[in-house]
Design a protein. Sequence first.
Length: 116
Amino acid sequence: MFDGEGSVESFFMRFEGLVVEPQRLLALDISLRVTPARWWTVHKVSINKWGQCKRLMTVNFGTIAENIIEHYNGLTDPREHILTYGYIWNEVPRDVWTQMFVHTLDTIPRNWYIQL
């Protein structure tokens, strides 16, 4: 069971050891609780591969800091920073991507994306 508390990576290790790949997406219906269960109910119609599901769950329930390669500090062209995370998180829904992207910005330059 995974309820969003603890490590999503630990959940994957246990889950993948117990459930064969063809059954993993189906087994999530009974393996997820609380917030992950609500997330899965909304997104399961658009997820058809285990790798895709695992990546999206890592993005949504893993530590955001683990998914950040570098912070934008306002000293370089912001388009490069946006393209980097556009590539890394290309399958993340736009609203989730935006929320995660804000965490890649240092405190001072966070206003640049509002001023556009």
